[in-house]
Design a protein around this ligand. Sequence first.
Ligand code: NAD
Length: 609
Amino acid sequence: MTLPEGARERWVRTGGIELCVAELGDPGRPTVVLVHGYPDSKEVWSEVASRLVDHHGFHVVLYDVRGHGRSGVPKPLRGGFTLEKLTDDFLAVVDAVSPDRPVHLVGHDWGSVQSWEFVTVERTRGRIASFTSMSGPSLDHFGHWINKRLTRPTPRRVGQLLGQGAKSWYVYLLHTPVLPELAWRGPLGKRWPGILRRIEKVPAGDYPTPSLASDAAHGAWLYRDNVRPRLRRPRVDAHAHAPVQLITPSGDRFLSERLYDELEDWVPRLTRRTLPAGHWVPRTRPDRLASWIDDFVLSVEKERDGEAAGETRPGETREDGAGRPVRKAAATGRHAERFGGQLVLVTGAGSGIGRATAFAFAEAGARVIAVDRDAEGAARTAEMSLLVGAPEAWAEAVDVSDEQAMEKLAAKVHAEHGVVDVLVNNAGIGLSGSFFDTTPEDWRRVLDVNLWGVIHGCRLFGRQMAERGQGGHIVNIASAAAYQPSKALPAYSTSKAAVLMLSECLRAELADQDIGVTAICPGLVNTNITATATFVGVDAQEERRRQKRSTRVYGLRNYPPEKVADAILRAVALNKAMVPVTPEARGSYALSRFLPRALRALARVGPPL
Ligand code: NAD
């Protein structure tokens, strides 16, 4: 596999070994150094590196760790891979590529394990401006994490130990002599690319490189030289001297998320990020990583510039208990770890549940696109989103039932902002009245908005997500009416039942592509929907009376749209298939499953929920 176009390779000599170092972009810009893991070579970063150069304009440096790729191999192997020697290598590389300015360090897997050493030892102080860690803990922190659980065991802590112990099976295997080398140079090396594709969903292509078998054989010494000694005697002074961004993939097969529970004790300036993905995120989620690295590097650079100019930025820094400065994370909303920096599009965002959802994502630091046929409402939502935490927000006046307008919207969003990470198909209208009073025109109107609007959204934005191949999430707002029949809501309920089934089918279809689909089923929520709902079979005066009456009932129930928004963010974070939200929605869902006859009887009785 080749490096991105324009990569300039050079050799850096350190400890009797030549390291192969590749540079991209303008050396005058902030330098980002990418350190690869096991079993890998620097090419694992090629997708991330090209984005950091092309989209974000950084000076990017990647190098083959000793014994890997095109770098030299230490002799003898035993003792040639200690963290001390790896730190020497790192310092030699940064001295060569960025002699005058500290670098922004990014590590994955073993690249992150060793980078933790770099950022916590004294001799690198001042050479590292920031560190982004993914899927590789500090061995010192890990050692303390284990000790704490062994010396003060509780059932939960023992469970955590056993959980991580089970995920570390390969570490024990790598400590056996010769066998790992034989396996990697034999069948495992041949099968590895297929395993990565099947289990880790790493896209097919010219990765991993042909050096895989020897990388893996040599890299076994990373474990043998370091793991046991460090876990037995972890350093007590392993505090980070630069801000750290921790990116945790929630589906990592090798590392438990719990490993990082006590990280604040070691890192005074920590920003946490989580993403639903497996271990090999540099290959499977390059867009998200590049965007988070960009945000983090720029925020640290800005802070450094401010410090250099002697500015104090109110609110930007505070001190922890030990008097160390703590940097405020970009967004502090409850879901900021998961949604910060993501692109979220919400339809029907000019009012009610849509507006509250746009705000909730904004509070989590997402970039928000508020779509509504009511231009003013959408614009207001976008403005307010900026105030509550969105780094960027836009408004689009579009009718979701208009196929061509939706196509134009999808093309525009793609061209101007990229692929949407979370799509919320929320726009919907109410329509109440008996089946025989509902005209074909009424049916068309309600199905056009409530069903076709959702279909257009899923088709257009869902396809972009699928083509990008880096996951995503679609939320469709159905209703408790989707599973709760009512003689007064035939058209509305039919549209919502269709949305629910569409969501289930799509969820099954897109699961393999890591695109989650969720149907949300609110009950009675206090929004504008009752005031704008159509009541068929009655004159205008009676319609107004019914609108007012239902508005009063919903007002008395007074379930706020913000709670639905919260349920939506939680459902996306947990990738839930279907969420009935209000207590009455949950109750009728239980009835629909366990006592459907009771629900049918209710359908004949009174006005709908
Ligand atoms: P709302 O009337 O407060 O907001 C709906 C928004 O959608 C409005 O801003 C409206 O302008 C917009 N909209 C309507 N048709 C549109 C179209 N064709 N194109 C673009 N935008 C359009 O209502 P709400 O209660 O927030 O409803 C949001 C969703 O929640 C709807 O799908 C609704 O069916 C569903 N829902 C609401 C309740 C409830 O009790 N409020 C219950 C269950 C489901």
